[in-house]
Design a protein around this ligand. Structure first.
Ligand code: HEC
Length: 245
């Protein structure tokens, strides 16, 4: 029994180390997103529907809800965000889920893996990972689409934002450290591209948990209430025990 406990303790100690060992070889760039920034969310959503939804879905999100949270009218949502049609060939309605018409089987044949749903990806991968991933594509002639990724090695996703970012190369210096360098620039400068990716990550983070802002605000009020209540309870206790002591 003692041995078993010892083994369990050692295993518990070893696990976090194993998790680190399995992590990405590249250091993740940190990004701080502000999901209360509606302008950033709107820009991110626009990139998402234009550049990502051809392959990916966000099937647990509705256009209507996103529009509401981003401060847009139904008309604006219809005009700016909806480019798909439903099964009957009618334009997708504002109340519909954010799906696309790309059959997963065909997508899997084209890319080797079906592009995963992205509704919850920010919660699975984390914001820093997404930020580094979307800025981490580099030229690699050995890959089917000619690109590899610094964070997600041998990913099947092509570099869909190449027109904006341009093409990067992986360069290793004498110490064996690797970094990405621009080989051919795109229509955006590096700063513009980073800011755009941050908007996309902000949108993905919002989509992963649309109520996170309200949740945090409610948390603050609850703590304030508990603080106030503690003071009141203490004063009341003093009042009740006054005659006994
Ligand atoms: C041409 C199709 C295509 C487009 C367009 C596309 N992706 Fe992908 N994406 C893929 C495929 C295929 C994979 C699966 C890669 C794999 O597992 O190797 C993927 C994987 C991903 C992943 C990793 C998911 C995970 O946790 O494994 C993220 C994040 C992602 N895409 C984000 C985006 C974003 C953001 C956009 C828009 C800027 C986008 N993708 C546009 C095809 C696409």
């Amino acid at each position: 029994m003692k041995k078993l406990i010892l083994v369990l303790i050692l295993l518990g100690l070893a696990l976090p180390g194993m998790a680190i060992a399995a992590g990405p070889a590249v250091k993740l760039d940190r990004v701080s997103v502000d999901i209360t920034n509606q302008a950033s969310l709107q820009r991110g959503a626009r990139i998402f529907v234009n550049y990502c939804m051809g392959c990916h879905e966000a099937q647990y999100s509705r256009y209507a809800r996103v529009g509401q949270d981003l401060g847009l009218t139904e008309e604006q949502v219809r005009e700016n965000f909806i480019f798909t049609r439903d099964d009957r060939g009618d334009p997708t309605r504002v109340g519909d889920l954010m799906t696309n018409a790309y059959p997963p089987r065909e997508a899997a044949e084209a890319f080797g893996v079906a592009p995963p749903d992205l509704t919850l990806v920010a919660r699975v991968r984390g914001e820093d990972w997404l930020y580094t991933f979307l800025r981490g594509f580099y030229l690699d002639p050995e890959r089917p689409f000619g690109v590899n990724n610094a964070v997600f090695t041998n990913t099947s996703m092509p570099h869909v934002l190449w027109e904006l970012q341009g093409w990067q190369e992986l360069v290793s210096d004498d110490d064996g450290d690797v970094r990405l360098e621009v080989a051919e620039s795109g229509s955006m400068s590096r700063t513009e591209y980073d800011a755009m990716v941050r908007d996309v990550v902000t949108f993905l983070s919002y989509m992963g948990e649309p109520v996170q802002h309200q949740r945090k605000m409610i948390g603050i009020w609850v703590l304030l209430f508990l603080g106030l209540f503690t003071v009141l309870a203490y004063l009341l206790k003093k009042e009740y025990w006054k005659d006994i002591h």
